[in-house]
Design a protein around this ligand. Structure first.
Ligand SMILES: Cc1cc2nc3c(=O)[nH]c(=O)nc-3n(C[C@H](O)[C@H](O)[C@H](O)COP(=O)(O)OP(=O)(O)OC[C@H]3O[C@@H](n4cnc5c(N)ncnc54)[C@H](O)[C@@H]3O)c2cc1C
Ligand code: SF4
Length: 451
């Protein structure tokens, strides 16, 4: 009824891992649930790829009219990237679903965990089933030939480390079907068809094919089917105790961001500011989002700890780049992470166990990695050209019918004089490589002259 304040058993703020599981299970338990998500829905094919799309849809900066995927936080000494959208961090995470090792549930003078591994075991199993988390199917082609996976497994073996294929929440084509095959239809919040993984390495910038089992396809779809109301583009701003022992939750609608999205995933009104009532509120807006919401409502929440917002730590991830590997690693082939090596306490320089994982990256990034190799390539080329020059016969001995420099035929037509240092096979290989490189250099020089 117009003017009446809506009321729910539970309002969940945020649709990442915390929010979507909670909303799903509460709705399945028969509670009336409203889930508020500030970001937009991201159906297959919607993720930004080109520079222009990234400028308009890449970043979350509502003040500048941008309602994109990545929300960048920056503090002195700490920076973080989190996601904004239906499915939260699952939209840009690397799909890995690891269980915490049983022996790390410490209970000693330094650390005390309120739960044991055995308490969590059935829940791990339930989440893995729901998220379709299973190891990369490395026992069959084409998955068995993924260069970065094989490199990590080989390297771990050579270093005497235990290596394994962790569970990843990705749908692969069944045996006998090619990558990218359509997945069996199943209801989802986008009402969109999904396809099996194409090994494109784009998981951390959003999967365009619906192959990643992100929360919108799993828990949020189940929550919706169980009757939960999902409202995207709705940013919670107010949290205050109500008169009846419950809560008042206020939110701002990002009206311009709503355009083109399914009505079922939006607030039915076009009121820019709204308020609802709830018996309970679950704050699941991520580390930064939840803290910010609490701090900005401190006046109405007098029992908040004065330490709220202090003592942050980033996660323990450390990214590094491999150069000069003994093979091409093709980082854009395969999902972002496929394999893990366990560096146990004995092998770890710090004395604390850590995991090493392959890290794929989208195809576009290959231009960066390969451009970084350019100076080395040019140096090698210079070396080869100098050697070539040293062996070249005098100009007068050259054939007058030699093709023009800059023509692709120029290289194929030329043969290097015999090198006294190498055998014939090696010389032929060298020759072909040198010819190709000189050919490229000449084409380039020719083009420059024509400009
Ligand atoms: C690149 C990357 C790769 C990662 N890979 C892995 C991995 O492989 N495995 C793994 O286990 N973890 C991984 N993580 C970490 C994982 O994504 C996070 O730990 C997880 O998403 C945290 O879940 P959450 O529910 O706390 O918050 P989030 O998933 O961040 O969800 C919070 C949601 O709340 C919304 N929100 C915020 N404020 C408001 C508000 N005021 N009103 C309404 N909505 C709001 C946000 O838009 C967001 O959707 C990765 C993270 C990143 C960035
Ligand atoms: S590699 Fe990642 S982004 Fe590419 S199809 Fe597979 S799951 Fe999707």
């Amino acid at each position: 009824m117009a003017g009446e304040v809506e009321s729910f058993d539970v309002v969940v703020v945020g649709s990442g891992f915390g929010g979507s599981v909670t909303a799903c299970r509460l709705a399945e338990a028969g509670r009336s649930v409203l889930l508020l998500e500030r970001g937009r829905p991201w159906p297959p094919g919607a993720f930004p790829r080109t520079p222009r799309e990234t400028r308009s849809d890449g970043f979350w900066r509502p003040g500048a009219g941008l309602f994109g995927l990545w929300d960048m936080w920056s503090f002195s000494g700490l920076g973080a990237v989190v996601s904004s959208g239906l499915g939260g961090g699952s939209l840009i995470y690397a799909n890995v679903a690891l269980r915490k090792d049983a022996e790390t549930f410490a209970d000693d003078e330094h650390e005390h965990w309120p739960v044991r591994y055995e308490d969590l075991e059935p829940h791990y199993a339930a989440v893995e089933a729901m998220q379709g988390a299973r190891p990369y199917p490395h026992d069959r082609e084409p998955y068995a030939s993924t260069p970065k996976t094989n490199a990590l497994l080989d390297g771990a073996r050579r270093a005497g480390l235990d290596a394994f294929l962790p569970n990843i929440a990705v749908s692969f084509a069944p045996d006998g079907e090619p990558p990218g095959a359509p997945l069996p239809p199943a209801p989802n919040v986008h009402d969109a068809p999904r396809h099996a993984c194409r090994l494109c390495g784009e998981c951390i910038v959003g999967c365009q094919y619906g192959a990643k089992n992100t929360l919108d396809y799993t828990y949020l779809s189940a929550a919706r089917s169980a009757g939960a109301a999902i409202r995207c583009c709705c940013e919670a701003t107010l949290l205050a105790p109500g008169d009846d022992g419950g809560w008042r939750v206020g939110y701002r609608q990002h009206l311009t961001a709503k355009a083109g999205h399914r009505a079922e995933l939006l607030d039915p009104t076009d009121e820019p500011e709204r308020e609802v009532r709830a018996r309970s509120v679950v704050l699941a807006a991520g580390t930064f989002g939840s803290t910010r919401l609490l701090l900005s409502n401190r006046a109405s929440l007098p029992r908040l700890s004065p330490r709220l917002g202090t003592g942050f730590s980033s996660n323990g991830d450390l990214l590094f780049f491999v150069r000069g590997a003994d093979r091409a690693l093709d980082p854009s082939t395969g999902p972002t992470i496929t394999a893990t090596a366990r560096v146990d306490d004995r092998h770890s320089p710090s004395g604390r166990e850590f995991f090493l994982q392959d890290a794929g990256a989208p195809t576009g990034s290959e231009w960066l990695w390969q451009a970084a190799e350019l100076p080395q390539d040019l140096w090698r080329l210079r070396h080869r050209v100098r050697r070539q020059h040293a062996y070249a016969p005098p100009a007068t001995a050259r054939s007058p019918t030699r093709p023009e420099t800059g023509s692709p035929g120029a290289c194929a037509a030329r043969r290097r004089p015999r090198s006294p240092r190498h055998g014939p096979a090696r010389r032929r290989r060298d020759d072909r490589a040198t010819a190709r490189e000189i050919c490229r250099a000449r084409l380039h020089a020719g083009r420059r002259r024509h400009r």
